[in-house]
Design a protein around this ligand. Structure first.
Ligand code: ATP
Ligand code: MG
Ligand code: MG
Ligand code: MG
Length: 569
């Protein structure tokens, strides 16, 4: 690719609304542009990376024996009514009406459509097992799209669905997909962990998430410090022995515009054992926090942590901050905006609380987020890991070692669904005895667009992105110095460009004219994250050499012009 004919849309300034590093760098490197909240255009540079990710996923899914299909984004309401999810999905699902006033949705996922296909096409156990996948656009009307392409409303997912005659066959394919996911994330060069995941209403021990470890992750992973045990923290709690779990299981009723008084009443209503183990505090944020915050902290009987109180010095009295370790739940009222959260007014707590840590509120004070929003998964927002019931140092639920907590970005999820969809949608095949059998089903998702952001979270430095080789948009960058004065420099650059391109490399030749200084070209190449850089200069050519530098290595190396291709191969 010649830079003079390419959209090199690099930006020097850090965009104001970007919080996490991958979002900042993707905007600055010219990979993406925002169209509206949670909607992005992928520019040529970003799309190159995305397509490399897709290619690896496709190769490994094909290798694993899955068959690629392409289902429509827009799906008829009837299928969702049949499965029972029409009412379940809530505002996450985008509803559409066609010109005849018929109901449709923009698919947030495709279990219904694939189950419908399979019940029509597959009739005999002899056609099983079978696994279909697609790489396709999903739409989820996320409450709060954020972090660039990490949590968007429109995103690309690889979703696969397998069908089986029995649970044993499902388990085999689940293991196959698990191994395939490991190969995919290994090939992508990500530092990830498979972790046990919550199976929600379906139950069982048959779901794993693939989590890329990163500070900006929205999930909390509980690791054992002395075994392979790793679980999404909700699950870690769910499988803890009953005796070690928080006993509280309170009903929380709907609250309108809660103020301090209402909140106090709420506590009574929860019937929390306040006198014994819980104290209540009302925290009001001062005017520096837009909109302010009223929060109630229900905490254990620890003494207050004075240090934390100091950190919150900007907040008006009555102010006290609970010891983070003792926080068990936070009920909040956000009149206006909670820092960047922009919660609607009022912040209505309207769900049944099954775990004390299921709900909460947050404040953004001095660029630091204090309390946690954990109102269902989609509102998760906290810097205080131990706002949950599980804290570091707790005994691991696996029985071996103590808990370590790390943050992760969910890039993949495998799930044994069993007969959840096949039963409600009546998907059966005939077995050996000619008897109708309900199918067993597994589903397997990968966040294709999210992976690009997750990779950057793990691979960057102060100058920009440092691409893992398999994802990089360009392998090699060439900078011809003062080419406008020296035709020989440009000629050699063109020759090397051609040789490397012919050898199968993606090459970026920065042939922009003298208005773009060498300094800017070097900076752009670092920002974009191209792993290998060649600089061609008059001086070097006099000695028959070009300068080579690796993106993550400060040292430069001279290599002979004739050796360039061999050296980079
Ligand atoms: P999350 O917990 O992050 O909301 P999820 O559990 O709702 O994700 P799944 O239904 O398991 O997501 O979908 C499969 C994959 O799709 C996820 O593992 C994730 O990588 C990706 N994904 C889900 N929601 C989004 C989104 N809003 N933006 C980008 N990728 C997403
Ligand atoms: Mg989600
Ligand atoms: Mg999830
Ligand atoms: Mg998931």
């Amino acid at each position: 690719m010649r830079a003079s004919k390419y959209l090199t849309a690099t930006v020097k300034e850090t965009p104001a609304d970007a919080v996490v590093i991958s979002h900042k760098l993707m905007l600055r490197a010219g990979m993406i542009r925002k169209v509206a909240s949670g909607l992005y255009t992928w520019l040529p540079l970003g799309l190159r990376v995305l397509q490399k990710v897709e290619k690896i996923i496709r190769e490994e899914m094909n290798r694993a024996g899955a068959h690629e299909v392409l289902m429509p984004c827009v799906q008829p309401a009837e299928l969702w009514k049949e499965s029972g999810r029409w009412d379940e999905m809530g505002p996450l699902m985008l509803h559409l009406k066609d010109r005849h006033e018929r109901d449709f949705v923009f698919g947030p996922t495709h279990e219904e459509v694939i189950t419908d296909l399979v019940r029509n096409e597959i009739t005999s156990y002899k056609q099983l097992p079978i696994n279909f996948y697609q790489i396709q656009t999903k739409f989820r009307d996320e409450f709060r799209p954020r972090f660039g392409v990490m949590r968007t409303r429109e995103f690309i997912m690889k979703d696969a669905y397998s069908f089986h005659i029995d649970a044993q066959s499902l388990q085999q394919e689940y293991d196959n997909m698990y191994a395939t996911y490991c190969r995919i994330f290994d090939r992508l060069g990500l530092d990830y962990r498979p972790v046990l995941a919550d199976t929600g209403a379906i139950g069982g021990n048959a779901s794993h998430e693939f989590q890329v470890l990163a500070e900006s992750g929205e999930d909390y992973i509980a690791f054992s410090d002395s075994s392979d045990y790793a679980a999404n923290i909700e699950l870690a709690e769910a499988i803890m022995p009953e005796s070690e779990r928080e006993p509280a299981k309170q009903e929380l009723t709907l609250v309108d515009t809660p103020d301090a008084k209402t909140i106090a009443q709420l506590v009574d209503q929860f019937d929390l054992p306040i006198e014994k183990t819980v104290k209540t505090l009302v925290v009001e944020a001062d005017e520096s926090v837009e909109g302010g915050l009223i929060a109630l902290i229900i905490r254990g009987d620890h003494e207050l942590n004075e240090l934390k109180a100091e950190k919150l010095a900007k907040v008006k009295s009555p102010l006290t901050m609970a010891d983070e370790n003792s926080i068990r739940a936070v009920v909040g009222a956000g009149p206006g905006s909670l820092g960047p959260l922009n919660l609607p007014i009022p912040f209505i707590v309207d769900r049944t609380v099954t775990k004390m840590s299921d709900f909460g509120a947050g404040a953004n004070i001095e660029d630091k987020h204090y309390f946690g929003i954990n109102w269902g998964r989609d509102l998760e927002y906290t810097d205080v890991a131990d706002i949950r019931n599980i804290v570091e140092g707790d005994p691991s639920p696996c029985g071996s070692g103590k808990i370590l907590i790390k943050k992760g970005i969910e890039v993949g999820h495998v799930f044994q669904l069993g007969d959840k969809y096949s039963k409600s949608m009546n998907a059966t095949v005939l077995d050996q005895n000619g008897k109708a059998q309900t199918l067993s089903m597994g589903c397997y998702g990968i966040g294709v667009t999210r992976i690009v952001a997750a990779a950057i979270e793990q691979n960057h430095d102060e100058n920009g992105i440092v691409w893992p080789e398999p994802m990089t948009p360009f392998h090699i960058g060439i900078v011809p110095l003062n080419a406008h004065k020296s035709p020989e420099v440009m000629e050699t650059a063109e020759q090397i460009y051609q040789q490397l391109t012919d050898a199968g490399f993606d090459v970026y030749l920065d042939d922009r004219d003298k208005k773009t200084s060498p300094g800017v070209k070097f900076a752009d190449m670092e920002l974009i994250g191209i792993p290998h850089r060649l600089v061609i200069s008059d001086k070097g050519l006099e000695e028959g050499i070009v300068e080579y530098k690796h993106r993550s290595n400060a040292e430069k190396e001279n290599i002979s012009v004739t050796d360039v291709v061999a050296k980079l191969k």
